[in-house]
Ligand binder design. Sequence first.
Ligand code: ZN
Length: 210
Amino acid sequence: MRGFGNLIDGYRRFRANQSSLKREQWRQLAEGQSPRAVIIACCDSRADPATIFDADPGDIFVVRNIANLVPPFEPNGGRDGVSAAIEFGVTQLNAREIVVMGHEKCGGISAVLTGRFRNARAGEGGFIDRWMGQIDEIAQAIAQEHGTGPETHRRLEEAAIRRSMANLRTFPFVVEREQKQSLVVLGCHFSIREGELWVLDEAKGKFRPV
Ligand SMILES: [Zn+2]
């Protein structure tokens, strides 16, 4: 089979590892899913929520996009796959947690901070520019105050997580469930170098290692 690189080798290992117990689990999963958490993560190949949370199929409902951004609630906002996934995970699957997970060395964050794709055409970074434009103002403000070094990078990664959490709270069905305490909104940041997860303590306004 052409075009899959070593993915088919991985698939063969996956098939070979399916014990009868796992097969039974797959059969049960085929009946339906009730994941505990919705996770909004970056597309980055190094920050995979299933790996980091050691999650099994059926455990987490994952939405991935460049820089793990959540746009604000815009009922007439066009083709918004992120909002559709959040709506499904929260209102149809009744997930009890929504986790925004950012990560170290995020390319999307770097792009907005450096203005690398500013005003680029579609196909040359224009889609990234338009998507990351959501946090352009925050990026400008942080860069003005702190420059564009690695510290600023981390600062903006954290600010973007906070913004996504704030935007989640513009969705009425999120606010409603949070008030009834049937849903928790959480933020965290994954360090690739350390393989370490930091969680946002909202009361203290700080990220801390778990
Ligand atoms: Zn990223």
